[in-house]
Design a protein around this ligand. Sequence first.
Ligand code: GLC
Length: 745
Amino acid sequence: MNFKLSLSLIILCANMASFAQIQQKPISQRVDSVLLLMTLEEKIGQLNQYNDDWTATGPVTVDSDKAKQISNGQVGSLLNCLGAERTRSWQEKAMQSRMKIPLLFGQDVIHGYKTTFPIPLAEACSWDMDAIKLSAQVAANEASAGGIHWTFAPMVDIARDPRWGRVMEGAGEDPYLGSLIAKARVQGFQDEKLGGINSVMACAKHFAAYGAAIGGRDYNSVDMSDRLLWETYLPPFKAAVDAGVATFMNSFNDINGVPATGNTYLQRDILKGKWGFTGFVVSDWGSVGEMINHGNVKNRYEAALCAITAGCDMDMESRCYKNNLTQLVNDNKVPLALIDDAVRRILQKKFELGLFDDPYRFCNAEREQEALNNPEHAKIARKVAAKSIVLLKNENQLLPVSKNTKTIAFIGPLVKALKQNKGFWDIEVPGVDSNFIVSQWEGVQNCVSAATKLLYAKGCDIEGDNKDGFAEAVSVAKQADVIILSIGEKRDMSGEARSRSKIGIPGVQEDLFKELLATGKPIVVLINAGRPLVFNFIAGHANAILYTWWLGSEAGNAIADVLFGDYNPSAKLAITFPRSVGQIPIYYSHFNTGRPATGDANHHQNSSYLDESIFPEYAFGYGLSYTSFVYSDLKLSSAKIKSNETLEVSVTIKNTGKYDGEEIVQLYLRDKVGSIARPTKELKDFSKIALKAGESKTIKFAIDKEKLSFYNQKLEWAAEPGDFDLMIGASSDDIRLKDTFELLN
Ligand code: GLC
């Protein structure tokens, strides 16, 4: 063997050995060794995220030399870049750079990648953490096969204003339920530890309080006390940190005049300081540069200074970092240590994902096809969707409808819709058409007997005042034994930048309902929406109502499973449904006030309205079943507990109906007297139990000091001695059993 060849072999072996040794080193050391070799420009490149050309989820800036910037190491991440092939091509460009640092590919995988799951607010109504986690796992499996490393989810913004379009994207109004869901989604996306081929980095967003935008108008200001921030809006973010979330995204809004993107209190004091978060923070689309619009900075130079100083590590799409950080460092405005900390956080995740060992490990076209065509995913989506449907009304047990019904009239603008079922934040995976979506028509057709005559009429459009289709709808209805009417919003009437000042059912759909009602036929109404809608007339006159949200690609099958009784609906509302927009904000965990509202408008001693009830149309925690449940035998282990003791609570639930079913048993507490007024009830635990017809189960809860604590005057998390009401309910407005106990000093 000649000398040259043997020398190169020796070097190769030495390199292999050192490579293997390097791979064994702790990631933090590997990060430091890379950082040491990087120029300032390469470091700033890692803080720079661009949109790919697939689609845009914000105002786009077109760079003619994007490919060159990537091959020069001036870009650290791309978003909206889909597919094993496309991500591979961009990764190859990044591998041409001097440092060969792999790109991160981020995507809004909010409720599924190809297989689309119910919108997050619908899934939240399942109160089923296993189902919610499984949904995120399937999404991660498909997305990672499609080259995605990082999803900009879960959105954990508490929302109490259904005018806000993004209420569809979160987990509703309650911090306790929202925190459990945040944890389930982070664990579903990331698995126990990052680095698995089927998991992706999660991203807790939008930090923070984005859901409290004034007037329910997206991107609007938020004005909030620290107490409300800590007590209501921060808990799901803390739950995400405790679940090991890899990244955070800050929010477009200002909080009390300080934009979240430039908010040191949020990002450094709370997130990276008090909570010890070691991942990285990405801005929301362009939000670094938008601080100029906010009026907090004069120009992009100041915007970059403000954001990097406040703890925003990566700049999505604004280019403020790319174009100003070098100058800021040279001007001694930004210490290099700040840049290094941000770069370190980002490199750490790229190492944890295994991208330095194999930049193409998620770019496998074969695996992509396998994952995107896995039949198990549709079955899971169908089950999760059925669990997300809320039964709001069922007069005289009209539901479930018999599969052998002679004639069914299936009417409405959403009956044969396909893509509408996907809701907002769906993903159009390249090369995949929409035929895999099961329409409501198809789902019902799949379910009824061959003898059943299924009649159809659209009746009207979702929007507009055209009633030409009413006559046909009425004529079809008159031939039927039962009418199923599917109405609602358009899927893009909720979601980002989709706030509505009125939240009724659009167009002439309610008029269509009235025409069909006049036929005297029994009528089941399916309401499809991304938010709570106001539909008081339908609520008062329909025989049965299912809130079907936007259920995703298996919508038709899931709706049919519930309509015809193959699944007994078990979901309960994760958000309050107002009777009118005038009641907003309306939520269950309100204070008692000095003149508690009694609902009697004539009694001027309370905070009732003169012209509207103070009560919602449907309360938080409300949802019916085809069966019924009786609650009994509430037992507390003691009438008094010390702060270091745990109160054991047990209650028996019996399924007294003829269908097997699941019940979400809710435990609420009221701290009767506190240094800060406490809500009249707060969800502190729940249990979703399955009971066969006639079966009873005794369930147990444990109440410890944590569940009795709140933020006191000094914003310290503490429990105060005194009396507590303990309530067990089927809904926040349907308390079945009550007791009291005392917390001793
Ligand atoms: C959007 C959204 C954010 C999303 C990001 C990237 O404007 O506010 O939730 O993750 O841009 O698409």
